[in-house]
Design a protein around this ligand. Structure first.
Ligand code: NAD
Ligand code: ZN
Length: 357
C-alpha cells in the first residue's frame, strides 16, 4: 500500500477583513522590481474591492473573463502576455471564484514551465515550481483554494494540471468577499462543496482523514442551506470553511458519480461545474439515496431552479462523446462504485442516466 504524501497550501489566513493584510503578506515575496500581478474576476471591475488592492511599483491588475471555464489557450495567452511585458514577475494573486483561482494557479506554473499548459494536463507532469501564487476566493464551494489541481479545458480534454507544484503558496480566506454573490451562483457553487462531501463520505476511498473533514463540511452545508431561513454574515463565514474542509476531504479521497457525469456535460455542452453537478445530482438517488434526498430539500428551501432536459435532442455521437469523457474519469468511478465499477456502470446504464438530465 502506497499512501499519498500530499503537498498542502503553505500559508492560510482566515477572517473578516483579512484581505487588508495582503500588502504585508506580499511584501517579503517581492523580488526586486518584478511586479505582483492581480488576476481579478471581471465581476469586480469598477467595484470598491479594486481600490483595496495593494498596488506597488509596476504591479498590474488583469481582469479575468470567466464567462466560460478556463481554457489552456487562455492560460497560455496570459502567461505569454506577462512574459512579453515583464520578463518575469514576483507572483500572481487570483481573486475570484474557482475559475479565477484556477487561472492564477495555471499561469503561475506556465511562467516557468516550457510549452503549453495543455502539455501538463494530467497527473504529475509539471516539472518546475511556478512563480509565487496566492488565492483569494470570492465564492465558496469549489475547494480550488486548497486543491492540487487546476481544471482546464484543452484541445483534446478537460483535465487538471495535478501536481505538487499546483497548490497555492498562500490563501486569504475573507468571508466578506463573498457577500455580494448572487443567490443562484452561491447555491450552485455551495452545492459543489455539498456534493464533494457526499461523494467523499459515500466513496470506497474513504478514510478517517477524509471523513473528519467531510463530516464537518457537510454539517456546515446543512447549517447554511437547511437550517437558516435568512442568509447572514455567519453563513458566509461557515460556507467558506465548508469549502476549505470539503476540499481537504477530497484531497485524501476522491469525488464520484456526480462529478464524473458532470464532466461529460461540461466538455460537450460547456455546462459550468457547479450547475452541472446539481443537474446530475438531481438524478442520482440510486447511488446516493440520502444525499440526493437532502439535496432536493436544499433546492426547495432555497427556491432554486435546477435546469431539466438539457440532453434532449442530442445525437448518438454526442452521447458517445459525453460517455467517453465521463468513463475516462476512472478514479472517480472506482471511488464511487468500487474496483468492479466497469461491470456496474455499463454504457447502456450511463446513456440512460444522461438521457434523464
Ligand atoms: P466561477 O469562478 O466560474 O464564477 C461564477 C460566476 O460568479 C462568474 O460569473 C463570476 O464572475 C461570478 N462571481 C465570482 N465571485 C463573485 C462575487 N463575490 N459576487 C458576484 N459574482 C461573483 O465559479 P465557481 O463555481 O467558484 O468555480 C467554478 C470553476 O472552478 C470551474 O471552472 C471548475 O472547473 C473549477 N473547479 C476547480 C476545482 C479545483 O480543485 N481546482 C474544484 C472544483 C471546481
Ligand atoms: Zn467539484
Amino acid at each position: 500500500m502506497q499512501f499519498r504524501n500530499f503537498k498542502m497550501v503553505s500559508y492560510v489566513v482566515y477572517g473578516r477583513g483579512s484581505f487588508n493584510q495582503l500588502d504585508e503578506i506580499l511584501a517579503p515575496q517581492r523580488k526586486g522590481d518584478a511586479p505582483m500581478v492581480f488576476l481579478i474576476d471581471h465581476f469586480f471591475e469598477n467595484k470598491p474591492l479594486v481600490n483595496r488592492v495593494p498596488l506597488r511599483g509596476k504591479d498590474k491588475i488583469i481582469f479575468a473573463d470567466v464567462t466560460f471555464e478556463p481554457k489552456t489557450k487562455q492560460v497560455d495567452a496570459l502567461a505569454q502576455q506577462l512574459k512579453d511585458e515583464f520578463g518575469t514577475i514576483s507572483g500572481i494573486i487570483g481573486i475570484g471564484g474557482g475559475s479565477t483561482m484556477d487561472l492564477a494557479k495555471a499561469v503561475s506554473l506556465m511562467m516557468t514551465n516550457p510549452g503549453s499548459s495543455a502539455d501538463y494536463q494530467g497527473w504529475d507532469l509539471v516539472k518546475l515550481p511556478g512563480v509565487y501564487k496566492a488565492g483569494i476566493p470570492t465564492l465558496s464551494g469549489t475547494g480550488a483554494e486548497v486543491s492540487r489541481t487546476t481544471v482546464l479545458t484543452g484541445p483534446t480534454r478537460k483535465l487538471g494540471m495535478n501536481s505538487d507544484f499546483t497548490p497555492f503558496d498562500q490563501i486569504v480566506l475573507d468571508p466578506e468577499l463573498t457577500k455580494d454573490a448572487p443567490v443562484n451562483q452561491r447555491f450552485y457553487t455551495g452545492m459543489d462543496c455539498y456534493i464533494h462531501c457526499i461523494e467523499s463520505l459515500e466513496g470506497t476511498y474513504l478514510n478517517e482523514f477524509s471523513k473528519s473533514y467531510g463530516e464537518k463540511a457537510l454539517q456546515l452545508c446543512q447549517e447554511v442551506f437547511l437550517e437558516k431561513d435568512i442568509w447572514n454574515d455567519s453563513c458566509d463565514d461557515k460556507l467558506m470553511m465548508a469549502s476549505y474542509a470539503g476540499g481537504m476531504s477530497i484531497a485524501y479521497s476522491q469525488v464520484g458519480v456526480a462529478h464524473a457525469v458532470s464532466y461529460g456535460l461540461s466538455y460537450l455542452l460547456g455546462t459550468k461545474h457547479g450547475i452541472g453537478n446539481c443537474i446530475v445530482m438531481n438524478h442520482l438517488e440510486e447511488y446516493y439515496p440520502k444525499g440526493v434526498e437532502e439535496f432536493k430539500k436544499m433546492v426547495d428551501k432555497n427556491k432554486i431552479d435546477i435546469p431539466q432536459g438539457i440532453c434532449k435532442g442530442l445525437s448518438d455521437e454526442q452521447f458517445e462523446t459525453m460517455m467517453n469523457v465521463s468513463l475516462g474519469m476512472k478514479p472517480l468511478w472506482e471511488n464511487a462504485l468500487g474496483k468492479d465499477w466497469e461491470k456496474i456502470m455499463t454504457k447502456d446504464k450511463l446513456r440512460a442516466l444522461y438521457e434523464k438530465l
